[in-house]
Design a binder for this molecule. Structure first.
Ligand code: HEM
Length: 460
């Protein structure tokens, strides 16, 4: 079936995207539950640039080609909102922060928050990133003396949580850091559960799970609101993200953020700012342990540039291979592996009709493994991110941080953190995957290792 669309004087036929028929009642649900990643990859390789499938009564559109991704994220981004179920679930936890809000409200918040992520400001967090990493490596040293294997995914999670907490609050949270960590973990696990079981009873039904969620949110909110109140009462000299968010003023009205708005942005940054980076470090360790020559080359760069000293933000340009390892890890295992949007009005994407109100997904995991865009797409080859080999790369063939106006605000923060942590780690240890431990991707809200990542640490 063709729909006639009039653009200027030209009549264009916008085709209905092809896709799997699935089960009469359930659509593609069972294929999705069996293996989400396999499903989206198969849909892309079988049906091409734009496809559609059904999840029970809901129709989903999957946009795979860089051109289509660019249309959603950039060229026609105003037509695509975050008013979809996944972001609705996240709102239970994050409120109306940068990640979940839309339209004018989002634009204002982004303008207010942007200066806090200026490159110079972010560089100032380098010291706390390396400090926290060295503390982690010391903990490893102690455990290794006891001859234990390490589950590094949770180690990196703890590390990145500590980094983002200190970047947000500097020293104001010394006594609360563990309480914050466990509340965030409870909330995050719960949201992940609700993604998988979207028909779970809403929060007002007092199930044990719902009570646990509300208690964790109350603990977290209590700490965040207390700190905001203290800062309002004694606006002291602080050089952290919260201080920058509190100082920010709307250019037109001169207004700052309300307490509720600050709370939502702080909690958003807690969440968005730690799990993704932790996953990137986990997958980088995994890939390096399986590719000895690449690990050796990384080590050679780190040793030559740093000569045993602690890296700083100013070393980053001198560690290009370390950065290529991270870029390539984010290609193969993009932590934010999928995102959804709702089409506000009907649109034509790569010649296909997207109806008004449709839920549309894009997945860097899929586009990053497209054999028409990447040579040997399954191979771990950091060199493909060298300047020479990056020349002429198709726009939106690579988008681990999204793109357009809603591109990740923490991209610079994350890349700096990942590079500094990986450099320090490489300087001190070699990590080996524990033989016999299963490694499998689990694609929920982020791309995690389903059974954790068990490694033995070998000091250098
Ligand atoms: C490797 C690490 C990270 C990855 C892969 C990542 C990925 C992403 C992606 C793909 C988006 C866009 C989502 C969409 O369009 O639906 C996003 C948005 C966002 N990220 Fe990140 N992120 C990372 C680290 C961070 C860090 C460290 C922070 C903060 C300290 C952060 C804060 C945010 C926020 C606030 C947004 C929403 C921005 C907006 O819509 O204005 N992220 N991130």
């Amino acid at each position: 079936m063709d729909r006639r669309m009039t653009i200027g004087d030209t009549k264009l036929a916008a085709r209905v995207p092809p896709g799997p028929r699935g089960n009469v009642v359930l659509g593609s649900i069972s294929d999705i539950y069996r293996d989400r990643l396999r499903f989206v990859l198969d849909v892309a390789s079988t049906y091409g640039d734009v496809a559609q499938y059904r999840v029970a009564h809901m129709r989903m559109y999957q946009v795979n080609s860089p051109e289509g991704v660019g249309r959603l994220l950039h060229d026609n981004h105003r037509n695509y909102s975050k008013d979809v179920a996944t972001f609705g679930t996240l709102k239970l936890f994050l409120g109306n922060g940068l990640f979940t809000s839309d339209g004018e409200f989002w634009r204002r918040q982004r303008r207010l928050a942007q200066p806090a992520f200026h490159r110079r400001r972010v560089a100032a967090f380098g010291g706390l990133m390396t400090e926290a990493t060295l503390a982690m490596l010391e903990r490893w040293q102690l455990r290794m003396d006891q001859g234990r294997q390490l589950e590094v995914a949770s180690e990196f999670m703890r590390l990145t949580m500590e980094v983002v907490t200190r970047a947000l609050f500097s020293t104001s949270v010394e006594g609360d850091i563990n309480k914050i960590g466990s509340a965030i973990t409870t909330l995050l696990d719960d949201v992940t559960f609700r993604f998988t079981f979207p028909f779970y009873p809403p929060l007002k039904v007092p199930t044990p799970r719902n009570r646990r969620f509300l208690a964790a949110r109350e603990t977290l909110d209590g700490i965040v609101y207390r700190i905001i109140a203290e800062r309002r009462q004694w606006p002291d000299e602080h050089d952290d993200l919260l201080a920058m968010l509190m100082e920010a003023r709307d250019e037109e009205t001169g207004e700052g953020m309300s307490d509720k708005q600050l709370r939502d942005e702080v909690v958003t940054l807690f969440l968005a700012g730690h799990e993704t980076t932790a996953n990137a470090l986990t997958w980088a360790s995994y890939l390096l342990s399986a590719h000895v020559a690449i690990e050796r080359r990384l080590r050679a760069e780190v040793d030559e540039v740093l000569q045993g000293r602690i890296p700083t933000a100013s070393d980053l340009p001198k560690l290009p291979y370390t950065r290529m390892v991270i870029d390539e890890t984010l290609r193969l295992y993009p932590p934010a592996w999928i995102t959804n949007r709702r089409a506000i009005e009907a649109d034509t994407v790569c010649g296909y009709h997207i109806p008004a109100g449709a839920t549309v997904s894009i997945s860097p995991y899929v586009t990053h493994r497209d054999p028409t865009l990447w040579e040997n797409p399954e191979g771990f080859d950091p060199e493909r991110f060298s300047p020479e080999r990056s020349v002429g790369r198709t726009h939106y063939a690579y988008f681990p941080f999204g793109g357009g106006p809603r591109q990740c605000i923490g991209k610079g923060f994350a890349l700096m953190e990942a590079t500094l942590v990986l450099a320090l780690l490489t300087q001190h240890y070699e990590l080996h995957l524990v033989p016999g431990r299963k490694v499998e991707t689990e694609a929920l809200a982020t791309l995690r290792p389903r059974y954790g990542m068990w490694m033995t640490t070998h000091p250098r």
